[in-house]
Each structure stands twice: as C-alpha cells, then as structure tokens.
Ligand binder design. Structure first.
Ligand SMILES: *Cc1c(COP(=O)(O)O)cnc(C)c1O
Length: 371
C-alpha cells in the first residue's frame, strides 16, 4: 500500500476513455467538435439553466461572466474576502471596484448579516461564492439584490451538484460560473462554464468567449476580447463526468462523514459544519481550523503532515490582504477578522474522489499525531 496520500486524485473510470477515443477517431479536437455543445446542454439541463457556455477555465469564465453584465464602469461589486483571487481578478479586469465582506466563522461563507451595510450608491452587483462544502444563504442575498436593483454573479465552482433548499447551485445568478479543474466535482482537466437564462446575456458570453468575432464580418471587431474557448477533448471528459455527478456527490459526502467520525475526538480542531437549514455539506474539500490555544499555525501543521506523506493545502488568503490588490488601491482600511484568522489557522486534507478508506485512516492517524 502507498503510504503517501495526495491532496486530490480524480475518478476517470466512466465513459471518459470512450468519449476521448471518439474525438481522436473522428478527428474532432477543437472547440468546433460536437462534445462541446453536448456537454453545455447536459450541464445546463442538470443545473436547470437555459444556457451553458463552455470556457477554457473557471477564472476565465468569471471574467466572461462579469464582462457580459456590462455594469456601470468603476461601479462597486460586493464579494466575499474569503475566496480565490479569480473572483477579485474578474471584477478588477472588468474595470470595476471590489468591496470585501467578511466570512462567517463556522461555514466560512460570506456573512450575509454584513451584506446590507456594504451596499452603497456605487454598488452594481454582488458576487456570491459558495465556499468548500455549503452554499451561501441565498434567499436573503437575492432579496437584497432585488431590493437594490443589483445584478448577481454566482460562483458555484466548488458546489457543482450541491443544492440550496433543493434548487441547484449554479441556478441562482444572472450569470453563474463553474470550474472543472481536477479537484472540482466535475473535471475536464482545465475548464469552466458560464450559465445563464437570458438569451442576450448568453449571446454576449458566447461572443466574449470567441474574440468577439462578428457573424456578419468575421475579422472586423467592435469590442476587444480574447480566446476563452474549450476544446472538444475537454468537453468529452466533461460529458462523461456529468453523467456520474450523483455518485460523485454521494462519494464526497461519504468521505466527509467519515472524516467527521475519525477526527471528532480532536478538541483543538474545528471541523466543517455538516449541515445548515438549507443544505448538507458536499465537502468539496474537508477544511479544518486550529483553535486559538493550539501552539502552532496551519503552516506548521501542514509541514508536519507533509513529513508523514499527507498532502494538504492552506485555506484561501483573504482578498483584502492581497498585496497586489492593496497596491492597486483596493480594500484600503478593510478589516475582516474572521477571514484573517482562518487564513492563518485553516487548511484542508485529502478528499479527492479516488480517496480510499485506508488513506483516510492514514490522514486521521497523522492528524492525531499533531496534538
Ligand atoms: C477553482 C475555483 C475557481 C477557478 O477555477 P479555475 O478553473 O481553476 O480557473 C474560481 N472560483 C472558485 C470558488 C474556485 O474554487
């Protein structure tokens, strides 16, 4: 038995091989190939959206989604500080101003009770990001957005197959975004998708994805974009993966529940919230936070686990503490104590779909060795 446990290994044992072979046999490998639309339609149908627009990765999908909304230049977009840089990047690159909200200390999602105070006369949109396993509390967010006439960008990269009050994550934004990086619930290696219901908005996303070529005069451009297309090989993988999304979700939940059992006797460790009023965690990753009495931080814990062959990743680093964004003049004076704390005390342990029971026990033994 291998004694080391990588932080993530995907499962590719459904129709993946067959569909990829089909690409090669037919010679269809570019974004013009038939799997792209099949994948878009399968994912959109699964998440109850009218349109799916496949993109080369999730970060690019966020850029396309934000730009497609044509928000007032230099207006403000409210976002969680505890997320990946891609979210802030998409806002900044669209010529907009990110405004950060702290996270809830238990679910690590944006603290909805702080949202109203962040809305001001310059606010044009809210970017909702579901973090690690549980969806944000969407009803109050959507109500505030409606009351203030704000657009909603939903980042469901980590929540493919999760639901909020029985409705699929990825179905709530004017534009919603997915990532298919190998650690996500559905993978295409590299890939992403924008989801929308509005026909015009979807058309704008398709145009932005493809250099804003005009149908009537191909090499004459009214707007500058880039090539954000997904190839047929990636889409072939994606289609095979969507077919198995339900079993992937079950598998993730089983891994999460097992860790909850294995690690529940470690009082210094804050474990993920298993369920809220509106969802049961899908444990996209299994995050843990060291309590304040623990005499070492996440970096030290990760180092010790690595010495025992256990792969881990640190928690996100808050957006309002990013040197590059502060340098650009964003988030001046912003304080988000919960995000600042978990960024230093939190990390996540292996939870890929291919993880075995034996590997989980190895992780647990190593975690117990920390204290
Ligand atoms: C993974 C992820 C992304 C970025 O997706 P990539 O495909 O890696 O570019 C964006 N947002 C969230 C919340 C993510 O977890």
């Amino acid at each position: 038995m291998k004694r080391s446990v990588p932080v993530n290994e995907p499962l590719l044992d459904g129709n993946e091989q067959r569909y990829i072979s089909e690409c090669i046999e037919t010679g269809w490998i570019s974004s013009e190939g038939p799997f792209v639309e099949r994948f878009e339609q399968a994912m959109a149908a699964r998440l109850t959206r009218r349109h799916g627009i496949a993109i080369c990765n999730g970060s690019a999908a966020l850029e396309v989604a934000v730009r497609a909304l044509q928000l007032e230049p230099a207006s403000e977009v409210i976002m969680p500080t505890f997320t990946i840089i891609s979210c802030a990047g998409a806002i900044v690159r669209a010529g907009l101003v990110p405004v950060a909200v702290d996270c809830d200390p238990l679910t690590w999602n944006m603290d909805v009770s702080q949202l109203a105070a962040a809305i001001g006369p310059r606010t044009s949109a809210i970017m909702v990001v579901h973090i690690y396993g549980l969806p944000c509390d969407l009803d109050p967010i959507l109500r505030l957005a409606k009351d203030h006439g704000l657009r909603v960008i939903e980042d469901a990269a980590e929540m493919i197959g999760q639901t909020y009050r029985d409705r699929p994550c990825g179905s709530f934004g004017d534009v919603s975004v997915l990532s298919f990086y190998p650690n996500k619930l559905v993978t295409t290696g590299e890939g992403g998708m924008v989801l929308a219901d509005d026909d015009m908005l979807a058309e704008r996303c398709r145009s932005l994805r493809n250099l804003c070529f005009k149908p009537e005069r191909r090499f004459v451009h009214d707007e500058l974009s880039s090539n954000y297309r997904m190839g047929n090989l990636q889409a072939a993988l994606g289609l095979a993966q969507v077919e198995r999304l339900d079993t992937f979700i079950e598998r993730k939940r089983a891994i999460g529940r097992r860790y909850q059992e294995l690690l529940s006797d470690l009082p210094s460790l804050q474990l993920p919230v298993a369920r809220t009023d509106f969802a049961e965690s899908i444990y996209w990753v299994f995050g843990v936070v060291l309590d304040d009495a623990t005499p070492f931080n996440a970096v030290e814990a990760q180092k010790r686990l690595a010495e025992r062959g256990i792969g881990t990743r640190p928690f996100f680093w808050p957006m309002h503490e990013q040197p590059v964004l502060l340098e650009m003049g964003f988030f001046a004076g912003t304080k988000c104590p919960h995000a600042e704390r978990i960024a230093r005390r939190g990390f996540y342990v292996p939870s890929g779909l291919a993880l075995t029971e034996e590997q989980q026990e190895l992780v647990s033994a190593a975690m117990h060795g920390l204290f």
